[in-house]
Design a protein. Structure first.
Lengths: 433, 404
């Protein structure tokens, strides 16, 4: 029966080429626009560490003063001060904990005659690599003892290793960062989680390449490396950030159960109360957000991208309404044919099915065309100057989703015309003919 | 033209009529809001920086030893002045559309109680006021003794020049000359007002704060080094900047030129607003596609109607209707449908704007967008229906005599 409907639909579509082409192009445009923007939106709002994000939490305590503070309304600051980072780190209340800040690392050339260059760096603590599942190509990370002893070590990225050492193992070699000789103890494999969740609010970009060098926090500070972002709540000497009234570090913890999360939240609250008692803090608010919640809180997806997706779906809606109109016109034009089929014994639901098959075929063709439009749209986005531009590709999921969207929208569009067609009384149409 | 028969006919095609009206309504809602978004984006890119953009370029150096900053300033400024065509080289902390360096909160009292907003401090060595081409509207330009030594990121006490916009914000309806303000322990006194001076990151803190800038004269030194303002004739500027970047390698081999920050101000402006221009372009694309699809939908349905009514048209023609009557019939029909669509569409446009306001901090849709959108859609409807209506007008009266 389905074959028969397919045949009928094909013949009907071919009979009215202009109208058919109009429907397919309209649907294709709407689907192309929606899939393009949806691909970008999905890319930007994706989970950077799907295997682990539920166990990673961003901790906030607030050392700011009573200025501008409203109890219960003011959210805690996004960064924390060095003193608090060290206190939380040394408390060891979570499975793992990491404090970090971003920095510009000035790397001296290995050969004379070349210019020094700046690379993105992360100043952090020992657990960074295990906690964020950063994979090593050669060597490994440093230990908590190295953190405390300000060991002159560094972990470098695959791309920096390629650039400086042609990809060979550079473990044990020395590079000069901010005029300090550091020994390479590890080389990462390609590692660039998207979004760059750990860089959020630290002054780095939210998407794009990974960082080039990873140094122990205290080692980097001893080499006069400054954080990319800092905020001070009083006039401060920013050359002495460890003691200045400034916040400049992000703090992450790994917790493996709900009970641990509750316990750690309690620990943070107690910590804030204890600091208030000591006179260091004024504000008792603390926060502990899991990774995806933190990204949502900080609105990591640009407003423009969400707006574009909204617009595209508005456009798809208009395209669907348009297709409804055109399908309706087509099916009403065939009243006589329907009358004949009905008179020859076709049931209402058979007429309905026939028109739905026809709508579905328009949908599939629209989906194919939409795919072409989407590839074109993504090509345009890849040539935009956005930091996520290079990542915009259609994957298998979106490929399948394209056809799903196409089929669903065409079937929704076909419902009304098909129902109308099935409601036609056979007699009146035959008489007119 | 009588409307009654048109309405009677439409009542028989309720479903198709409603569909077209709905499409028009949706198109109206999206059209008005998209146009509004484009207009606000474009307006944003037209901010007046207040400086002679086409004459100016900047060089930013990093990675040098802070202790030798004064020496670096001297080497770079005297060296770059040698470049043919260079009109001036001066030391500054930031430039319009470049990276922000001097954002700070200020108060109107020394005790720090009367908070007056976050403003931007242009900290500038001698020569910058003239090089920027700032337009003084009251008070005086900085004098030689106004350039005080730096203490941390600002001079501890300075005579400053503010933009008119900031003066009006801080001291509405009073003469700003001689007024004082504070930033922590730093103290400032206003000695001049300029017409415009946009902060580097225009739009920070809301569109109203774009020009909250303070021009602070200061002596170049350890805390004021590394960023240089170059002035040259617009025709020579690209070449002068190229020469300057090349000269730095010899003048300051110990420093790294920040490539992206070392541009002409015109290029920095281009980059700064690139995202806004792309977004405006994309919105324009959506509008065009939207109008096209809507028009195609009208053409499709109108063609169908014309074909369906060939006999009726023939009969009308046979009993005396002119081609013009038939043409006007379809035009009136389209006008009525589009009008009802627009009526609904205006409500939708307003609702969509409310939604956007909650989601994206947009202002309210100005009312004149609604009639403008209506005019476009009326025009579009008439244009789309013209083809099918002309085909209807061409139906000969003899069709009336054909059977079926």
């Amino acid at each position: 029966m389905f074959d028969y409907y397919l045949g009928l639909a094909l013949r009907s579509l071919r009979r009215n080429k202009v109208l058919t082409a109009l429907m397919i192009v309209t649907l294709g445009l709407g689907i192309g626009a929606s899939i393009t923007t949806l691909t970008v939106l999905r890319l930007l709002s994706g989970d950077p560490l799907p295997q682990k994000s539920a166990r990673l939490f961003y901790a906030q305590v607030d050392p700011y003063t009573k200025d501008g503070y409203e109890a219960g309304k003011t959210k805690p600051q996004r960064l924390i001060a060095y003193t608090d980072a060290m206190n939380l780190l040394h408390a060891h209340q979570a499975d793992r904990q990491v404090a970090l800040a971003l920095t510009d690392a000035r790397i001296a050339p290995l050969r004379s005659g070349e210019h020094p260059f700046f690379s993105d760096g992360v100043m952090t603590t020992a657990d960074f690599f295990t906690m964020f599942d950063a994979p090593f190509q050669y060597g490994g990370g440093w230990s908590a003892a190295d953190d405390e002893s300000r060991a002159q070590v560094v972990v470098i990225s695959d791309f920096l290793n390629d650039k400086l050492f042609g990809g060979a193992s550079s473990v044990g070699r020395i590079i000069r960062v901010n005029d300090h000789d550091l020994r390479i103890i590890g080389v990462l494999k390609k590692w660039a989680p998207q979004p760059r969740f750990y860089a959020q609010e630290l002054g780095g970009r939210s998407y794009g390449d990974g960082d080039a060098v990873f140094l122990p926090l205290q080692t980097a500070r001893a080499a006069n490396m400054d954080p990319t972002n800092d905020d001070c709540w009083a006039v401060a000497d920013i050359t002495k950030l460890e003691t200045a009234p400034c916040i400049w570090l992000g703090f992450w913890v790994e917790l493996s159960s709900d009970a641990e999360v509750a316990a750690y939240t309690q620990f943070l609250s107690n910590y804030a109360q204890q600091q208030i008692a000591l006179g260091r803090f004024y504000r008792p608010e603390v926060a502990l957000s899991d990774l995806m919640q933190w990204l949502r809180n900080e609105k990591v997806v640009p407003d423009d991208v969400r707006l574009q997706a909204g617009l595209a779906f508005g456009f798809l809606l208009i395209c669907v309404v348009n297709t409804v109109g055109l399908l309706l016109a087509k099916c009403l034009r065939r009243s006589q044919e329907i009358g004949v089929r009905r008179a020859l014994g076709a049931m209402r639901r058979e007429i309905f099915a026939q028109f739905m098959v026809e709508a579905g075929m328009v949908g599939l063709a629209g989906g194919l065309l939409g795919l072409v439009f989407a590839e074109f749209g993504l090509w345009c986005i890849r040539h935009q100057p956005a930091e996520y531009a290079g990542l915009a590709h259609l994957d298998v999921h979106m490929f399948l989703l394209t056809f799903l969207v196409a089929l669903v929208s065409s079937l929704v569009a076909g419902l009304l015309p098909a129902w109308r067609a099935s409601q036609l009384a056979p007699g009146s149409q035959l008489k007119a003919a | 033209m009588q409307i009654q028969p048109v309405l009677a006919a439409l009542r028989r095609h309720r479903l198709a009529t409603i569909l077209i009206a709905m499409e028009i309504a949706l198109a109206c809602a999206v059209l008005c809001n998209a146009c509004f978004l484009i207009a606000s984006r474009i307006q944003m890119t037209h901010v007046d920086s207040g400086v002679d953009e086409s004459f100016l370029a900047t060089i930013k150096l990093t990675g040098y030893d802070e202790a030798k900053a004064s020496d670096l300033n001297a080497r770079v400024t005297s060296g770059l002045r040698e470049i043919p065509g260079m009109q001036s080289v001066s030391v500054i902390n930031e430039v319009p559309f470049g990276e922000t360096a001097g954002n700070a909160g200020i108060t109107l009292d020394s005790a720090g109680q009367k908070f007056a907003g976050v403003v931007d401090f242009y900290v500038a060595g001698p020569g910058n006021f003239e090089a920027l081409g700032l337009q003084l509207i009251s008070g005086r330009a900085p004098r030689a003794d106004d350039f005080q030594p730096m203490k941390a990121f600002l001079p501890s006490s300075a005579n400053v020049i503010v933009s008119r916009s900031l003066a009006e914000h801080l001291w509405p309806d009073t003469d700003p000359l001689g007024k004082e303000f504070w930033c922590g322990d730093f103290h400032f006194r206003v000695t001049g007002v300029v017409a415009h001076l946009a902060r580097p990151s225009a739009g920070e803190g809301g569109p109203g704060t774009i020009e909250w800038s303070v021009f602070t004269p200061a002596q170049p030194g350890a805390n004021l080094s590394g960023v240089y303002l170059l002035r040259a004739d617009p025709a020579q500027l690209p070449r002068v900047l190229r020469d300057a970047r090349a000269a730095i390698a010899k003048l300051a081999p110990d420093a790294v030129v920040e490539q992206q920050a070392s541009q002409t101000i015109g290029d920095l402006r281009q980059v700064y607003f690139r995202q806004d221009r792309i977004m405006a372009g994309m919105l324009l694309g959506v509008i065009v596609a939207l109008l096209l699809v809507t028009a195609l939908g009208i053409v499709g349905l109108a063609s169908f109607w014309v074909q369906q009514r060939r006999r009726q048209i023939g009969i009308r023609r046979a009993i005396g209707a002119t081609r013009g009557d038939i043409l006007r019939y379809f035009q009136t029909e389209n006008f009525l449908i589009v009008t009802s669509g627009i009526a609904l569409g205006m409500l939708l446009a307003y609702a969509l704007n409310l939604l956007l306001m909650t989601q994206y901090e947009l202002p309210r849709l100005p009312l004149y967008y609604l009639p403008a959108g209506a005019l476009i859609l009326w025009g579009l409807g008439q244009l789309a229906v013209l083809g099918p209506a002309l085909r209807a007008a061409a139906v000969p009266p003899v069709v009336a005599t054909w059977s079926g």
